[in-house]
Write a protein that binds this ligand. Structure first.
Ligand code: ARG
Length: 456
């Protein structure tokens, strides 16, 4: 069939080259945006007298019909069409005859595709935002439940100081809150309408770009037509958001995997979010968390792919830009899927508080508190640090913990130490005393939860 864009050419394109060139197999998912965008365009053409109001109405009704038929599955995509824009116009013209051919007045696929993609991603972003809010809610609830649950806090993956599990969870809430903020910021620049930039230079028709922008819910219009059709910053920013979010989800997944191991046994995932082994009957693997960690790589790849595609492009539109969609769709789909799995995985996990406590009792994670105790008794910190270190070494040599040393053993190292040392190195005291803002005490965790809930 002759191509809709066959202007100066007469020869047929090669079939393989056609397949190579076409994007309908991945851009058909933007059919809703393409059609609603076209409806706004038809309305604008009618309002400005570029076509008659009657013609505009015919086009709008025709487009509504196509949308309804696609939604209902009564109309199938014609995969021989180059892209979704050509498909919709082809069906419209088949159904309406010559009036259908008027839709593309004062428009180009270059501004059309930029419009569709912005609308599609705007919608996707709002879905992801809702998923993030849900996840934040689950984390805040879990943290509330465990605001006094003691676990070892780590640096270098070595037991460091006692913390609460609530504090650990709320660290992720803070990351995700920044992700929401980043997404909102991205949407601000995404929500700018390119339609009316036409192929590259604007148009000689007396169009009204604001008419279309307002009808389609955009906050602004692009201010330079060359930039309007060739800007893909919104895709790059969106994928940057996705990459940072995935980095956070991956770190959390890594901890979930570690905590589920027999070496830690701090949590147990619900059977719904684990798998067994085909050969080892005892296994319960955290495959889903591993996949979230694994899929982070592909999202970074999506971002890199588009950045690389864009870096050498002269203005304005180049076909290279068709490559934006698969990357951005893959990144979005991956994020949506990961959040769909992670949120219920966290909501249903069992926290093994006794094991956390047991681990916290080993590893001398109250050694800092012992040093601080001596400081409060008047010793300079460096000297106190030294004495606490000697006492830890003694415990290791004798298979003891700081809590099981006698007062005599303590006083042999420093006569500043009294009976009250035992209360001061008790893990619950250590945690409760870390009440500085943002600290690990239950009261501080509660304040963090309230802060986060204030945004939900
Ligand atoms: N399928 C194309 C894309 O995704 C649509 C724009 C094509 N424009 C053009 N002049 N070939 O970028």
């Amino acid at each position: 069939m002759a191509k809709m864009w066959a202007g100066r050419t007469a020869g047929e394109t090669d079939r393989i080259a056609d397949d190579f060139n076409s994007s309908i197999h991945f851009d058909s998912r933007m059919y809703r945006e393409d059609i609603t965008g076209s409806m706004a365009h038809a309305a604008m053409l009618g309002a400005k007298g570029i076509i008659t109001q009657e013609e505009a109405q015919t086009l709008i009704v025709g487009l509504e019909g196509i949308l309804a038929d696609l939604d209902a599955g009564k109309l199938a995509f014609d995969m021989t069409c180059e892209d979704i824009h050509m498909f919709v116009e082809q069906v419209l013209t088949e159904r309406l005859g010559d009036v259908g051919k008027k839709l593309h007045t004062a428009r180009s696929r270059n501004d059309q595709v930029a419009l569709d993609l912005r609308m599609y991603l705007r919608e996707t972003a709002s879905g992801i935002r809702a998923q993030l809010i849900e996840l934040l809610g689950v984390i805040a609830d879990k943290a509330e439940e465990h605001k006094a649950t003691i676990m070892p806090g780590y640096t270098h993956l070595q037991r460091a100081q006692p913390i609460t599990f609530g504090q650990h969870l709320m660290a992720y809430a803070m990351m995700l809150l920044r992700d929401v903020d980043r997404l909102d910021d991205t949407v601000k620049r995404m929500n700018v309408s390119p339609i009316g930039c036409c192929a590259l230079a604007g148009t000689t028709y007396d169009t009204d770009r604001w008419f279309e922008a307002k009808q389609l819910g955009f906050a602004d219009i692009s201010r330079n037509s060359l930039d309007g059709v060739s800007d893909r910053d919104f895709c790059v920013e969106f994928m940057s958001f996705c990459s940072i979010l995935m980095m956070h989800l991956s770190r959390l997944s890594e901890e979930i995997i570690l905590w589920s191991s027999w070496e830690f046994k701090f949590i147990e995932l619900s059977d719904a979010y684990t798998t067994g082994s085909s050969i080892m009957p005892q296994k319960k693997n955290s495959d889903m968390a591993e996949l979230i960690r694994g899929k982070t790589g592909r999202v970074y790849g999506d971002l890199m792919a588009l950045l690389t595609t864009l870096k050498g492009l002269p203005l304005a539109y180049n076909k290279d830009m068709q490559e934006d969609k698969e990357s951005v769709f893959d990144a979005a789909d991956t994020v949506v899927q990961c959040l769909q799995v992670l949120t219920p995985m966290l909501a249903t996990m069992t926290v093994l508080a006794d094991n956390m406590k047991l681990a916290a009792q080993k590893g001398f994670i109250n050694a800092t508190d012992l040093a601080d105790y001596l400081v409060k008794k008047g010793m300079p910190f460096r000297s106190a640090y030294k004495i606490a270190g000697q006492l830890v070494a003694k415990c290791i040599a004798e298979g003891k913990v700081l809590e099981s040393l006698t007062l005599e053993e303590y006083r042999a190292c420093s006569n500043l130490i009294d009976e009250d040392v035992f209360a001061q190195i008790d893990l619950a005291t250590c945690v409760a005393k870390r009440n500085s803002e943002g600290g690990t005490s239950p009261a501080s965790v509660e304040a963090q939860i309230e802060y986060v809930r204030g945004f939900l």
